[in-house]
Design a protein around this ligand. Structure first.
Ligand SMILES: CC(C)(COP(=O)(O)OP(=O)(O)OC[C@H]1O[C@@H](n2cnc3c(N)ncnc32)[C@H](O)[C@@H]1OP(=O)(O)O)[C@@H](O)C(=O)NCCC(=O)NCCS
Length: 227
């Protein structure tokens, strides 16, 4: 993509604030979201902390401190305006329920970024993150103008591995001691998707998700009927 076109898209991206899927609304968090953020992050603290980097001990906790949360929102806004990261809170039926974030955007010859995610424990198992990822991939490739995005997962995080499996993402192997999670340098399996793969596969990926969801519905209906 020519540089002029990239610049034009980058300025459009700053104005983009909302994405929608069948069951989700995705938009950046703002300071007035603190009450919902605080409720979900506090309730899910144990569920999330084993999969996340440990926050610096000396820094105020954005999950508990409204000022720290406002600062986090402001920092994310600045990253968006610089084009270095794009954050999306997830809303399902009007309730905040998680995040999917594009980070570490590298330009030049890379045109690449990382994608990370989490969801409210109460809404786990409904295929919502994979559904949100489809919208974020579309945004990353068509709006941000990236050529590649990467998701990194600890080998023992079977729920997260299932998300990329549902989408049929390509494994690029294991990076040793890749990210410090809960204070420990952990190996991560890296999954990548390029613009070419996205263009070739997005309809098939959407169909895979529909199949996984229908299968899940069938399974839960079957187990309901045995209850
Ligand atoms: C990983 C995670 C984002 C998956 O999101 P999700 O929207 O629940 O994903 P899915 O609905 O597709 O479920 C994926 C798998 O999780 C497992 N799962 C389902 N419900 C679950 C629950 N209540 N608790 C734990 N795991 C569950 C199932 O194995 C499911 O596979 P299946 O649909 O074939 O049964 C979510 O589990 C999470 O936020 N975990 C904590 C943070 C984290 O691990 N982030 C990712 C770091 S790489």
């Amino acid at each position: 993509m020519p540089l002029g076109e990239r610049r034009r898209r980058a300025s459009t991206v700053r104005g983009v604030s909302r994405l929608r899927t069948e069951r989700l609304e995705l938009r950046p968090l703002v300071p007035s979201d603190f009450a919902q953020w605080n409720e979900v992050r506090e309730r899910c603290r144990v569920w999330l902390s084993k999969w996340e980097p440990r926050p610096p001990a000396s820094a105020p906790d954005p999950s508990r401190d409204p000022q720290a949360f406002s600062n986090r929102c402001r920092m994310r806004e600045r990253e968006r305006s610089l084009g270095t990261a794009f954050d999306f809170g997830l809303w399902h039926e009007g309730w905040f329920c998680g995040e999917i974030n594009i980070s570490h955007v590298a330009r030049g010859a890379f045109q690449s970024a990382h994608v990370g995610y989490w969801i409210d424990e109460r809404l786990a198992g409904r295929g919502l993150v994979a559904e949100g990822l489809m919208a974020v991939f579309e945004f990353a490739f068509s709006q941000v103008g990236l050529h590649r995005v990467q998701i990194s997962i600890m080998p023992r995080n079977s729920a997260s591995l299932r998300v990329v499996d549902k989408l049929g993402l390509r494994s690029e192997g294991t990076a040793q001691g890749y990210i410090q999670i809960a204070g420990v340098w952990e190996d991560h399996v890296r999954f990548g998707i390029t613009l070419e793969e996205w263009n070739a596969r997005r309809d098939e990926m959407a169909a895979r998700l529909r199949d996984a969801r229908n299968h899940g519905v069938t399974q839960s209906s079957a187990s309901d009927s045995h209850a």
